[in-house]
Design a protein around this ligand. Sequence first.
Ligand code: TA6
Length: 277
Amino acid sequence: MTAESTVKFVKNKVGENTLLTINHSRFSAQLSLYGAQLLSFVPTDNKDRLWLSDTAVLDGSKPIRGGVPICWPWFGPSVEKGLPQHGYARTAHWQITETTENNESVCLTLTPVDSSAILKLPLQLTVRITLSDTAQIELITTNKSNEPQPLSQAIHSYFYCPSIIEQTKLVGLENTEYADKLTNETKQQLGSVTINTSADRVYLSRTSQLELQGQGDKLVISGENHDSVVVWNPWLGAKDMADFDDEGYKHMLCVEMANTQGLTIAPEQSFTLVQRF
Ligand code: TA6
């Protein structure tokens, strides 16, 4: 006889948003239905893998600063004027359409709520989050139109760095070319990525595995189907963002599996971007 899975789900309304807390024997997590955004993921070592700003706004009135925002169906500023940076997904309302749970894991499938404007787009997005000893996030895009559609996207994960950022390095992007968005230059990464000032970089890397290494702490970050890896830390720029606590930059680094290099989805085709940590 298999033991009943011991998963507890607790929902809390915060303004227009619903926060779902999940307690499982292998992890605890918090998910925001606004943005389909994982905010916290804590395995049995009791160390949150994700960083969430102390001044993040959780009520659904603006994108949540931290956890894993979803940038879709474009990454960065929109081509068309007046549209939101990083697309629609992170400011849409989502619903859990399927939950599977057992003693090893919980898998949540999320789709936009029925009234969402996203559903009128040629591209459709399903978010699948699988939590166990590790977390896996999948962005499953399907082209419902009969025309090829452009797609750029990112799993915009804010990772918590237990060691201070100056004593943390990201291993796995050595010798990779990157676009430095602060200087608009193309550069070559020499050695591991270290952060001692603001950094906003798009690495042209499809490497499947990276490691965020501090002083005695290490986080493996892997992914599939990305054509680039985005690395961001605002450094003192955090002070210019009301929802980014001023000192928060000292213990976070965004490491994002992304498609930023001109991906096109053929009619009726699907494409899945994956990140695990
Ligand atoms: O992922 C890096 C980036 O594109 C940066 O340029 C910075 O804008 C960051 O995203 C955060 O964007 P947001 O719209 O959440 O303030």
